[in-house]
Design a protein around this ligand. Structure first.
Ligand code: ATP
Length: 236
């Protein structure tokens, strides 16, 4: 049986006069690799923030379900990672400290995470002086260290060159294979095919389609979603 991690019921988010999300019913299940797609301003980032709990719905409901009797651990990765002008090690140590991880575990967790993303030689470098791709890998290491059940990613490869994009995609794929549930927004349909198991297409704050990835690319879509796919979205 697939287990629900987060449920949204008739959830609405409004920013002043802007209805960013309307009447969203969505269930995130364990093991999902959910891609959120749609035009600029359709509500993808707002939906990520709502699912993550950074925003509360103005009306409707968000429910977080327990995983083996505990609250699921969540982490979020932004398009441009937020890193401090400190060494790679200190950036990671700070994240562990903020998450309340016992001090005795820090060194091992940091070493494992840096190894996993291939940055083990960079520990003493200033995090802000790393390349864009390295910074995103560091942000993935920081998320990985917290052992999240759910990882939210907001256009994680948008500003990266093709090589760095491939490296970051490979890491996301690897994380998902360990059982991590993934929710990501993207403008790249190739990336959706490579990484997602499920696709939600949004338009003007509504979820128009929420289908398994094979169905999304093979079945007849509602006209507005079909029109969007025919547009000039990149595939690489
Ligand atoms: N903090 C905010 N204050 C006011 N309006 C906001 C805020 N955040 C988002 N919005 C508005 O809500 C709508 C949805 O924005 P959102 O950032 O979720 O879209 P998006 O699909 O992620 O866009 P993009 O593809 O450009 O990143 C837009 O009209 C946006 O201007």
């Amino acid at each position: 049986m697939t287990t629900a991690l987060i449920s949204l019921a008739a959830a609405t988010v409004r920013f002043g006069g802007v209805m960013a999300l309307r009447d969203i019913d969505l269930e995130l299940r364990r093991g999902d690799r959910l891609a959120l797609i749609g035009a600029n301003g359709c509500g993808k980032t707002t939906l990520l923030r709502l699912l993550h709990g950074l925003l509360a719905p103005g009306s409707g409901e968000r429910r977080l379900h327990a995983v083996q009797g505990r609250r699921p651990v969540q982490a979020m990765l932004f398009q441009r990672p937020f890193l401090l002008h400190l060494s790679v090690h200190l950036n990671l140590r700070l994240a562990l400290w903020l998450a309340g991880v016992p001090r005795g575990e820090h060194a091992a967790r940091i070493a494992e995470a840096l190894h996993r993303v291939g940055l083990e030689a960079m520990g003493e470098r200033n995090a802000r002086a790393l390349s864009g791709g390295q910074q995103q890998r560091l942000a993935l290491a920081r998320a990985w260290m917290l052992r999240p059940d759910i990882l939210f990613l907001d256009e994680p490869t948008a500003s990266l060159d093709p090589g760095s994009k491939r490296e970051v995609e490979a890491l996301i794929d690897e994380f998902a294979r360990t059982g991590m549930t993934i929710v990501m927004s993207t403008h790249n349909l190739g990336q959706v095919k490579r990484l997602a198991s499920r696709v939600a297409y949004l338009e003007a704050g509504r979820v128009v389609v929420d289908w398994p990835v094979e169905r999304f690319f093979n079945d007849e879509l509602p006209p507005e979603a079909a029109l969007f796919l025919k547009g000039e979205l990149p595939w690489h």
